[in-house]
Design a binder for this molecule. Structure first.
Ligand SMILES: Cc1ncc(C[n+]2csc(CCOP(=O)(O)OP(=O)(O)O)c2C)c(N)n1
Ligand SMILES: [Mg+2]
Length: 621
């Protein structure tokens, strides 16, 4: 056996550089690069290996580790999980800054490889700078915090462990039923230790994106359920997008006359003007999708986690006869809500069930209802997209203007938190698959801008537009500087409504007085945050990072700013001042929140009573 003497860091780089993914016969180089921030915990180990010139992994220097994790997540999501990045950090604070991003990747089922530095395996210098020291367990470090948010977790305490650990990492990263964050902690001394690795470990390795086929029995069971139903409704989840099953879903719905609602992750898998596409479903869904979901007697949930935003906290499916058919590559998700589980790839399952049903000549009893509801909803979106706000600019109008200008360019829109994803899930008209990029599994403030850079790295020829609230921008926007550094153009649209307004809305809807969410100065007279509104110049902030800053506070200025932004060559921030309460509200939906049962304000007690009343209509599991 030929061996090669390499450090752990060098072995990792060489291995990662030689991984490929076969997707339906197409071979893709799987790991594009590494992003992150070095520190003493990684710079002389893995950092040294990356600095050598014998590999093709690009290093992207992030400005905040959480941002690095989101860049990688945005990159993999935009690549439909077929190409990924690794993320590295120092030990302690650098590693812990990554944990939020690891949670975001895992919740969204997006493969990202996290390689945080770790404390010394030998323990000689303990406590090394930034070591937490757990007095009751010396084997624990800050990196154990990744365990709750990783699909696979390991720590390399001996050089030879690299081989099994990284093959395991690839097993999880490339399996659609398991993918998410993989964390391999790298003690800082071990990264520099050399070992004689077998040459063959570094041979080109092709992993196969396996499409799990449904069994014949599963297909027969699914078909029988559909045949027994009059009004089935389909939910198009993220699994449809990652499986590339948009065409199969569209054909299935057309053939059997089935309406479908889109989750945040699944939205855009089928064009918005497809006659069966009722737009978003659930808490932030459309009137059309939610109304039909209440009547449906079968819910065909395809590739969805059935999160509370999709099911209205299990309240939406109000037909007492309604059953659920769960088509999902992950059995964990297929079994949810007492569904009949079809554990299979969405593309294969829809095709197989479709073929089986086709022989039976099935057609739903929805009749004209689908067209009628779709037309009503389209008219409502047209109304929302043309709202004239006497105060200046309404948020939903701004989103409409963006839709108008970005749609013909097939620009990628990226968002994740606040009231913007709600407006967009309801109304956004996506024309090309993969242009609606929403992180709403974790709804992590700070995802938007970093992920837009990740999406841009995945799709360099496309316009990538982050649409972000003032709160989320302020929380994490510094990968804007990385975009400037990389010469990658992203457009950031800040819809500034002076506060954490969606949370303010929630608070208010439950009878609580405004408290702690609006961005107002402390008023010395009341001692509360009830003084004048804060005013932030986000355009100036952007200019300080080297981006172009544009300003808008009415429709005309906003239109002009978007047109100008599209002409620019480098990163742009549009600072758009929108009216505080100009987002859309709910349509035929409900959301379960934990309102206080006893309170000073009678409005709160009444709201808690209303929660209990609605909860009585919801499914129990
Ligand atoms: C990291 C993180 N912290 C807190 C929250 C809870 N949260 C959700 S939206 C939101 C406010 C967002 O404010 P902004 O970005 O201005 O959007 P707006 O609601 O005003 O549209 C908060 C605090 C979150 N989703 N993510
Ligand atoms: Mg805001």
């Amino acid at each position: 056996m030929n061996t090669v003497r390499l450090t752990v860091g060098q072995a990792i780089v060489r291995f990662l550089d030689n991984q490929y993914l076969d997707v339906d016969g197409e071979e893709i180089k799987y790991i594009a690069g590494v992003t992150g921030i070095f520190g003493h915990g990684v710079v002389v180990g893995l950092g040294e290996a990356l600095a050598e010139k014998n590999h093709s992994l690009v290093f992207y220097q992030a400005k905040n580790e959480q941002g690095a994790g989101h860049i990688a997540t945005g990159f993999a999501k935009q690549n439909s999980c077929r190409r990924i990045m690794a993320v590295t950090s120092s030990i302690g604070p650098g590693a812990l800054n990554l944990v939020t991003a690891a949670g975001t990747a895992t919740v969204n089922h997006i493969p990202v490889l996290f390689l945080p530095g770790d404390v010394f395996a030998t323990r000689q210098p303990d406590p090394v700078l930034q070591q937490v020291e757990v007095p009751y367990d010396s084997t624990m470090s800050a990196n154990d915090a990744f365990k709750a948010v990783s699909k696979y977790w390991d720590r390399i305490t001996r050089p030879e462990q690299v081989m099994t650990a990284f093959i395991n990492a690839m097993r999880v990263l490339t399996n659609p039923a398991q993918m998410g964050a993989v964390t391999i902690a790298l003690p800082q001394d071990v990264q520099g230790e050399a070992w004689d690795y077998p040459e063959e470990f570094f041979d080109k390795r092709v992993h196969h994106l396996e499409r799990r086929a449904p069994s014949q029995a599963q297909v027969a069971r699914a078909a029988a359920m559909i045949l027994a139903a009059e009004k089935p409704l389909v939910i198009c989840g993220g699994g449809v997008r990652y499986s590339g099953a948009g065409p199969e879903l569209a054909a299935f719905c057309k053939k059997f006359h089935l309406p479908f609602g889109e989750t945040q992750a699944g939205k855009g898998s089928v064009l918005w003007d497809n006659p069966y596409n009722l737009s978003g479903i659930g808490v932030t869904g459309s009137q059309a999708a939610n109304r039909l979901a209440k009547k449906a007697d079968l819910i065909i949930a395809v590739g969805t986690r059935l999160g509370d935003f999709t099911t209205c906290s299990k309240w939406l499916f109000q037909n007492p006869k309604a059953k659920i058919l769960g088509i999902n590559v992950a059995s964990f998700d297929a079994y949810k809500m007492n569904a009949e589980p079809i554990v299979a790839d969405a593309k294969l399952a829809l095709a197989a069930i479709g073929a089986h049903l086709g022989r039976r000549g099935y057609k739903s009893a929805w009749g004209e209802e689908i067209t009628r509801e779709k037309a009503l909803w389209n008219a409502e979106v047209d109304r929302l997209y043309s709202i004239e706000d006497p105060a200046g600019l309404s948020q939903i109008r701004a989103i409409g203007e963006l839709n108008d200008q970005l749609l013909p360019r097939n620009a990628i829109v990226v968002s994740g938190s606040g009231s913007i994803p709600s407006d967009m899930q309801r109304t956004w008209r996506a024309r090309v698959a993969g242009t609606y990029h929403m992180e709403y599994g974790f709804s992590c403030m700070g995802y938007e801008i970093a992920a837009a850079l990740g999406a841009k790295l995945a799709a360099p020829d496309r316009e990538c537009v982050a649409i972000v609230g003032d709160g989320a921008y302020t929380m994490l926007h510094t990968e804007l500087l990385t975009a400037v550094q990389e010469g990658r153009k992203i457009i950031v649209v800040v819809l500034d409504n002076q506060g954490f307004q969606c949370i303010d809305n929630l608070q208010h809807s439950q009878g609580i007085a405004h408290f702690g969410n609006e961005w107002k100065r402390r008023d010395p007279a009341t001692g509360q945050l009830s003084g004048p509104s804060m005013s932030v110049d986000f355009a100036k902030n952007a200019e300080s990072w080297g981006a172009v800053g544009l300003r808008a506070s009415n429709v005309e200025e906003f239109r002009r700013a978007v047109r100008k932004a599209l002409r620019e060559k480098g990163p742009v921030v549009i600072d758009a001042k929108v009216s505080a309460k100009s987002m859309t509200g709910g349509y035929d939906s409900w959301w379960h929140v934990g309102t206080a049962e006893v309170a000073d304000r009678p409005e709160v007690v009444a709201a808690a009573k209303a929660v209990r009343e609605e909860l009585a209509k919801a499914r129990k599991y």
